[in-house]
Design a protein around this ligand. Structure first.
Ligand code: OFO
Length: 183
């Protein structure tokens, strides 16, 4: 008896989204390392925490596939893009990656609608809301940097921005709090 409640195309689309979230985690990790190397410890901390958040999105989808009787697959994750040239480019790229991921989520929603798979449609709504928040967060980063002076920001305003981002609350604390119950 087939107990998989996901169609083959839907399961494949969810697996692709797992990979996309894993890719986003690698991108944030790699940008975090870049920021750390530039001396921006606060921005790096923010990006590292966000990387953990993206990984938790991957796990969320993995758990959903299992819950529906499906079989998640851990695929190869593409390498992150090249390091940004400066903080402006870093934040602009963060925004672009988020918009790109939003579009991938919308494709998932469209497929669930086409298939009348209301369970997956409902599941995907969490991600629609999450992407709304993440795009807003990325836009906030761009705005904060603009206020600090953009590419011509003084060392002092960059120091303040770095400190602010390092202390900014978000959904993830630190990677070391992750365990099997809370991956
Ligand atoms: Fe997974 O939330 Fe951003 O991309």
């Amino acid at each position: 008896m087939n107990t998989n409640r996901l169609s083959v195309p839907m399961q494949n689309a969810l697996i692709s989204q797992m990979t996309k979230e894993g890719h986003a985690a690698q991108i944030y990790l790699s940008y975090g390392i870049w920021a750390d190397n530039q001396g921006y410890g606060g921005i790096a901390n923010f990006l590292y925490r966000h990387s953990t958040e993206e990984r938790s999105h991957m796990i969320k989808i993995m758990e959903y596939i299992l819950e529906r009787g499906g079989k998640p697959v851990v695929e190869a994750i593409p390498a992150p893009p090249q390091d940004p040239k400066n903080i402006t480019e870093c934040f602009n790229k963060v925004f672009q990656h988020e918009v790109d991921n939003t579009n991938a989520i919308y494709k998932l929603v469209n497929l669930s609608l086409e298939e009348k798979d209301w369970a997956t449609w409902n599941f995907a709504q969490w991600f629609v809301k999450e992407q709304l928040e993440e795009e807003k967060l990325a836009l906030d980063l761009i705005d904060k940097l603009k206020i600090a002076g953009g590419d011509r920001a003084s060392d002092e305003s960059l120091f303040t921005l770095d400190k602010t981002l390092g202390e900014m609350p978000d959904e993830e604390t630190l990677a070391r709090t992750a365990n099997t119950e809370n991956p």
